[in-house]
Design a protein around this ligand. Sequence first.
Ligand code: PLP
Length: 380
Amino acid sequence: MFKNVLSVSSVKKSNKTHYSNWIEVDLAQFKCNLKTIRKKIGSALYCLPVKANAYGHGICEIGKAAQEACVDYLAVSSLSEGIQLRKSGIHLPILVLGAFQEEHILEFIDHDLEFSISSLFKAELVHRLLEPLGKKASIHLEIETGMNRTGARAPTARMIYAYMEKSPYFEVKGIYSHLANSDVQNAPSNQKQQQFFLDAIQSYPKNLIFHLANSGALLHFPKSYHQMVRPGLLSFGLYTKPLEEAFKNLKSCFSLKSRVSYFKVVQKDQGISYGHTHKTSKATRIATIPIGYGDGYRRSLSNTGEVLIRGQRFPIIGTICMDQLMVDIGDNEAYVGDEVVLIGAQGNQVITLHELAEKMETIPYEVLTGFNERVPRFYY
Ligand SMILES: *Cc1c(COP(=O)(O)O)cnc(C)c1O
């Protein structure tokens, strides 16, 4: 029933019982999220950002699921992510959002990847490289509207567009920009950026794909949908803000699990783990969980994180090690092999990604993308 897709070189077994820690991705829930968003965006194209290993969910499996469902486009940040998708048989259009190096250009073409341009210098580079080959690059022109990351200011963008239009080596597919504050509905920059984008796109042919909306915009600004939307976190069901009725079916499809690997009773006044940052106040039962910051379960959760065992919440005590952490289960029972939930539900309890992110003083995006290849992903 479970399929391990991220191959762990030395372990050929596809059975999750072979691992101590794993991530579970509920693809049925994921597809349900896609459908919910599809319904909301009407006739706009659905571009799913799958950068950073699909927000930690696994780029190839998520790409395939998206392709089977109702997604029209995938977006990645780099050439290598695009190649990874092509090698796993994805035939959807793929847009590389990030700025690129000269060496990437022919690779984009060879792997049928659309890419972003926001400087005349890069456009000239592409022209020069493609001229002898007679090939065409598929381009999305990125316009600066206020993010101040990689876009070209409107007048420069016009020039770049004119250059690309004249050259036989370009096919301009779309014009886009990115919002800096869409998660804060009332931030004044949202309206400014939207208006700026609207003004800027007036001077381009109407058959281009104009796109601006990320997750926050999809939730708050229906006028920002244009011809295509690019919601990442929302597609994974992980947006925090109170959701309107249309979005109430969006749910997280991501869990992080482990298994109890050791158990002992520790007496009163004993220091636990490196630095003895926790001391027992009474004799208690300590369960050891074989996950640590070496897997991406961050050390800043030392003495603040919690886990679920047998449907109950228990505190992580002491400093989180590279490969292990300790949990105080008090007078409760836990046995070696018991399932431990670090993100997700067990019984009536749930540890949300947001709860974890808050304790780590970061955003869910960073938590999700922090789990590395030592933690295999299983899909169902
Ligand atoms: C990451 C990214 C998105 C998706 O952002 P979410 O907040 O996850 O919806 C959209 N557009 C661009 C350009 C991005 O870099």
